[in-house]
Design a protein around this ligand. Sequence first.
Ligand SMILES: CC(C)(COP(=O)(O)OP(=O)(O)OC[C@H]1O[C@@H](n2cnc3c(N)ncnc32)[C@H](O)[C@@H]1OP(=O)(O)O)[C@@H](O)C(=O)NCCC(=O)NCCS
Length: 420
Amino acid sequence: MTIKIIPVNENNVIEWRKSVRRVFGDIPSKPDVERMLAGRFAKNTSWEKRLIAALDDETNKIVGTGGADEFKITAPGGKNLNMAGIAYMGTAPTHKRRGIFTSMMNKLHEQAKERGDVLAGLWASQSLLYSRFGYGLGTLREDWSIETHSTKLIQENETNIQLEFVEKEIAKKELFKIYDEFRKKQNGSTDRTEEYWNYILYENENSKHNKSGMSGLFFVVAYKNKRPSGYAFYNFNKESGIAHEDDKGELIVHELIAVDKETNISLWNFIFGIELVEKVTINRRSPHDSLYFLLENPRQLERMTIDGLWVRILDPIKFLEARKYNHEGRINLEITGQNQSDIEGIYEIDTNGETSIVKKVNSSPDISMRPSDLSSCFFGAITPFELVNSRNINAKNFDKLNLFSNMFNVLQKPWCNTDF
Ligand SMILES: CC(C)(COP(=O)(O)OP(=O)(O)OC[C@H]1O[C@@H](n2cnc3c(N)ncnc32)[C@H](O)[C@@H]1OP(=O)(O)O)[C@@H](O)C(=O)NCCC(=O)NCCS
């Protein structure tokens, strides 16, 4: 049996998508596949150059799948970096543990480097899979649940902010603009094209008008001094046909985004004021979100923290030059371990905080770490001191560790809420 890695095209894309979804327990229809291709890839992006399959040449069947969406991610300081959004990874259960996944990951990294992507990012279905390829925790994620009647916010709304329900077609345009403004200022967040918005807001006629169980989506837009400044969209999960006092109903907030703190407070006050539901859930929040500090009784907020966006550096020089540093300085940083020979080495970072020159050098290192740990320090999800305590990074002496820590410190912690 020989396995070949092949591109995906019009002829095999349905088989490819069925193979992707099979490992996740789902059977897609042809319209599902068309919707996915139209939504996950912008009009000017060719998905044929981004999706791959592993073909068993004995049976001529697809036995492995993978691909890379096109994203920009915001680095600390606000610069956009091109990121390969690795997704669709799966090996048919009949062909497991023969290195198919590994070959596809290597191929996707190779293609991403040829395109000039500076890093690769992904959301992992299993957290043990990706550090072997040099991925580290770029962001952390929290999933929340709260019984809203058990507490309230300590801050009142500002009078210059109005909230309005809008229909989905109008919401799409407003959400697109508000999210874009937000993500350009948010370290660690990724862009969303209009096509991508259509994809994530898709509802079929059944889900939109479901009378019991999950309701369709509701959209609320916040206007600060008449200018769009935030939004929330949510649906109800109700036991009986309609939200009712006796129903143990749940409000599922899919997303709440604000471009300023006053809008954030207004939107949360609005959510806490929704009646006839017992609890509110919202996923993929930042562990550093302000809501905890806005609650009269903060312990009511149940929080589960897990890994968020995993990041793999593809071009260390461009990567390290892209961010702003919190402190001027010069340091020799060694990337080592995890068998990632394409990026290993010693890099001198010379920065005045705003701009930096990074070059590969032969000098001795001041600080050494695995590629995965550098990804975490870069966005600031984890601090260098935490990594020293877990013995994952080594510094020549305390002064060098302190310098590295000051340089890489971020005033705004990373948050990525686009799960792909
Ligand atoms: C995870 C998955 C893609 C691995 O595919 P595969 O082709 O069997 O992987 P490989 O043969 O290339 O294995 C690579 C390494 O990962 C290890 N590995 C792979 N899956 C593992 C798992 N679930 N648990 C523990 N180790 C695993 C292998 O042992 C191997 O280690 P080694 O190099 O030290 O021998 C496949 O099992 C799968 O499709 N799982 C369900 C879908 C999924 O979780 N996809 C990931 C989406 S983010």
